[in-house]
Ligand binder design. Structure first.
Ligand code: CP
Ligand code: NVA
Length: 302
């Protein structure tokens, strides 16, 4: 049996593969809008394991594999034996003997790695405490659709140096763009990852400096899943990093802005920007569907 191809971080793709995936996602989107049949994954079964909540990830994976002719199984951590302590490795051997592909959303990134190490089929990271690579497929697709290749552009991340920020850092080095992370002290992304990203990623404490000439501003919630108890103490330090019209006015004249959603309106992003008629945030959310269809095709073609 050949070793399965996993997608645990963006670095599991080469730059060429990531660009090809984005272009395939754009083509799949056009096909779907035209009403063409898509059956490239006919008969394939995707198991989706969730120990954290989700709207976009669940709906996009389930709709995506169904549109491609396959089926999805939703497995909530609490309702499987995983939730009662069956070892991850044992669960991986059993589940992967019955399905063609597994998507996992959970807390510890190491848990997804442990599952993948014993899995006979490709494993996709649907978000861990450390990374959210599927989100970046959609975000990059959106930038490519609206502005073309992101190489050489400047992106500014505003707020918490969290899992989505980490995946932006990987995207910066893969797709060769500049990423400035604007965050307060104590909210920095991983120092080891920062070092690995070399001169593609820098940290800037002053948000007004960070967004200057940026072509894309990005933010995310100030308390991620699992950090709910810290919500109120995080507001003070992170408030100056709110994505709002004032910061957008300092960025490049045609700057886009994104948010992975769900958003806390008027916390990390203003309701005004969420509801702006020209925002690409809803396009970004829809692109989860198309980008992950391209991802599942890639992993199952290996
Ligand atoms: N952006 C994202 O992953 O959304 P969900 O938590 O709704 O899946
Ligand atoms: N950083 C957020 C992203 C949600 C899609 C979280 O982990 O909760």
């Amino acid at each position: 049996m050949s070793t399965p191809r996993h997608f645990l971080t963006l670095m599991d793709l080469s730059a060429g593969e990531l660009r090809a995936l984005i272009h395939r996602a754009i083509a799949l989107k056009a096909q779907r809008k035209a009403g063409d049949d898509q059956h490239s994954l006919a008969g394939k079964i995707l198991a989706m394991i969730f120990t954290k909540a989700s709207t976009r990830t669940r709906v996009s994976f389930e709709a995506g594999i169904t549109q491609l002719g396959g089926n999805a199984l939703f497995l909530s951590g609490a309702d499987t034996q995983l939730g009662r302590g069956e070892p991850i490795e044992d669960s991986a051997r059993v589940i992967s003997s019955m399905v063609d592909l597994v998507m996992i959303r959970t807390f510890a990134h190491r848990d997804v790695e442990r599952f993948a190490e014993q899995s006979a089929v490709p494993v996709i990271n649907g978000l861990t405490d450390d990374y959210h690579p599927c989100q970046l497929l959609a975000d990059m697709q959106t930038f490519f659709e609206v502005r073309g290749d992101i190489s050489g552009h400047k992106v500014c991340w505003l707020g918490d140096g969290n899992n989505v920020c980490h995946s932006y850092m990987n995207a910066a080095r893969l797709l060769d763009f500049e990423l400035v992370v604007a965050c307060p002290e104590g909210y920095d992304p991983s120092p080891a990852l920062l070092e690995a990203c070399g001169n593609h990623v820098t940290i800037e404490r002053d948000p007004a400096v960070a967004v200057k000439q940026a072509h894309l501003l990005v933010t995310d919630v100030w308390a991620s899943m699992g950090q709910e108890a810290e919500q109120s103490e995080r507001i003070g330090p992170l408030a100056p990093y709110q994505l709002n019209q004032a910061l957008l006015d300092i960025a490049a004249p045609d700057a886009l802005y994104m948010h992975c959603l769900p958003a806390h309106r008027d916390e990390e992003i203003t309701a005004e920007l969420m509801d702006a008629p020209d925002t690409v945030i809803w396009q970004e959310a829809e692109n989860r569907l198309h980008a992950q269809k391209a991802l599942m095709e890639l992993l199952l073609s290996a």
